[in-house]
Write a protein that binds this ligand. Structure first.
Ligand code: HEM
Length: 217
């Protein structure tokens, strides 16, 4: 007889709104950014001007939704540090254990070593990756993008940091790192007890836990 499914509320509404605005915004940024960077090879949006307009608009949407995310976690939920900062144990052992799971044990049908709860919803690898992405890389890509959108206004700052070429190069490099993260992120998100187990809470807020061994995944 199958065990009753246990449901936990994992992802509050503001986080879900931020996440999907962010995800679709990023896709628009990647496609329009590819056309702006390589206009001779890529033409998704007709004209070069249209690609720039879409890139600027999606950049503003992603920046505003980032502020929503940060305000929610800092002011409303006050759980940014608890959820996103890995502990000493996470860094010493947890990271290794989680990588061992993703590289080997997942394929041998072993359970995930991390037990998800609303107070500890990320495994050590997620915590470390999300912390660097959300606190370093996304703010830097937003900042360099903002400078490139307002070159005239921010001329002294742009010159101080080495000029347009350096800022544009940094913006492109950050975007490449974020694209690499995106592929890994989406792949790892499919490794729940079913391929969509981690996608459901990102849409409905609720995650279903079901395990014949009495463990949650
Ligand atoms: C096609 C695009 C994307 C898809 C399908 C996707 C999918 C998911 C899923 C299924 C989760 C929940 C499970 C998990 O934590 O692994 C999640 C969480 C998360 N994703 Fe994404 N993602 C996308 C884009 C992005 C981007 C572009 C970023 C950041 C730059 C991002 C950052 C995060 C963060 C920080 C969380 C944890 C949110 C929280 O609960 O506080 N995702 N994503």
């Amino acid at each position: 007889m199958s065990k009753p499914k246990q449901k936990i509320y994992l992802t509050p509404t503001p986080v879900r709104i931020w996440h999907w605005l962010n995800a679709f915004g990023f896709l628009a940024l990647i496609l329009s950014g590819a056309q702006i960077r390589y206009p001779e090879f890529v033409n998704f949006f007709g004209s070069y001007k249209a690609a720039i307009r879409l890139h600027d608009t999606a950049g503003i949407v992603v920046s505003i939704s980032f502020c929503l995310w940060l305000t929610y976690y800092l002011v409303v939920a006050r759980s940014l540090l608890k959820l996103y900062v890995p502990s000493g144990d996470d860094l010493r052992l947890g990271l290794f254990r989680q990588m061992l799971f993703y590289f080997f044990n997942y394929f041998r049908g072993k359970p995930n070593p991390h037990v998800t709860t609303p107070d500890n919803k990320f495994n050590p690898l997620q915590k470390s990756a999300y912390l660097v992405i959300m606190m370093v890389l996304v703010p830097l890509v937003i900042l360099t993008g903002f400078m490139l959108m307002n070159i005239e206004l921010l001329r002294p700052l742009v010159l101080l940091l080495g000029g347009i070429k350096i800022i544009a190069g940094a913006h492109f490099l950050l975007a490449c790192i974020l694209i690499a993260f995106l592929f890994t992120h989406v792949y790892l998100a499919t490794l729940g007890h079913t391929p969509f187990a981690h996608f459901k809470p990102m849409w409905t807020g609720w995650e279903e836990h079901e395990d014949e061994h009495g463990k949650t995944h």
